[in-house]
Design a binder for this molecule. Structure first.
Ligand SMILES: C[S@@+](CC[C@H](N)C(=O)[O-])C[C@H]1O[C@@H](n2cnc3c(N)ncnc32)[C@H](O)[C@@H]1O
Length: 273
């Protein structure tokens, strides 16, 4: 039987705490959720699911795993860990929302080995893949807008290139807890876009100011350079939504590019409750 830590989890239907009994999670309202043999739990009720297979395709996930496993985005991970540490004590409870195939969640759990870590994503395929990275993390299928996580329970929430739902994150964070959010900057992967699109319009990107119970502590624009081989470039294209939009002739051009130097540019923003 797969062991599953459900300490901070609540029933997505009635909000009561979940307890682990014989390979399932149960609440007092008798709602039951089975722990899959891969070690994750689906806590996304049908009424919160807006499409049959939400999230990235299996091909996108496989490309993301291959690319991230090579460590190209390790500096982003280090920036987020530094931001989590800058606020004082290392987090005891941490949720990575929109965890995808789990690269960053697993790195955070390695950095904070005594923390209770949750990896949450709306895509079941992503969470199933993520579960193979670590048995110490509570992997859940869930939506960022209705997290099945207790009020005031998290020291930290990370959102790596994924959705931030301010009100919901504020509910789940303890007082003083922080969100570390990473979003793409204006020049992120600009050299790739110049190959795959006929015209690249400059879209000035900056995270919007928070509206509710979270206040912005810092927002830093960071960047570094990457030199990628042809195989790495193909993976990079395949792991992003650009792969769904690119014209065949532009894809062919990228596939004929032997190597490319790229700008990785991103905001690391810290919001506090
Ligand atoms: C660009 S990917 C980033 C994945 C991962 N954080 C990374 O950087 O490798 C965005 C992720 O957000 C997930 N996602 C999209 N909408 C979501 C929602 N409403 N709730 C939770 N996850 C969501 C997608 O399934 C996808 O895995």
């Amino acid at each position: 039987m797969v062991e599953f830590n459900c300490n901070d989890l609540i029933c997505p239907l009635c909000g009561e705490p979940l307890v682990a009994i014989g390979g399932s999670l149960l609440c007092v309202g008798r709602h039951t959720y089975d722990v899959a043999r891969q070690g994750y739990v689906n806590l996304l009720p049908v009424q919160q699911k807006h499409s049959l297979h939400p999230g990235d395709t299996p091909e996108m996930l496989a490309a993301r795993r291959a690319f991230l496993n090579e460590g190209h985005y390790a500096p982003i991970c280090s920036d987020v860990i530094a931001a989590l540490l800058r606020q004082g004590e290392p987090p005891c409870t941490l949720t990575d929302v929109g965890c995808g195939e789990g690269y960053y969640t697993a790195e955070f759990a390695r950095e904070f080995p005594t923390a209770r870590c949750i990896g949450a994503d709306i895509s079941k395929a992503a969470v199933k893949m993520a579960a193979s990275r670590s048995k110490q993390i509570s992997w859940i299928v869930a939506t960022a807008s209705h997290l099945p996580i207790a009020d005031d329970s998290m020291d930290g929430i990370t959102a790596m290139f994924s959705l931030v739902c301010e009100e919901e994150f504020a509910r789940v964070l303890r007082k003083g807890g922080i969100v570390v959010e990473v979003t793409a900057g204006t020049n992120h992967l600009i050299e790739l876009k110049q190959i795959i699109y006929d015209d690249v319009f400059e879209q000035h990107k900056h995270p919007k100011s928070p509206q509710g119970n979270l206040k912005e502590i810092s927002c830093e624009l960071r960047s570094f350079r990457l030199k990628l081989s042809n195989a790495q470039l193909r993976n990079l294209l395949q792991m992003t939504p650009h792969t769904l939009r690119v014209k065949p002739e532009n894809r062919a051009q990228l596939e004929a590019t032997p190597s490319l130097s790229l700008t990785v540019e991103y905001f690391v923003r810290v919001l506090q409750k």
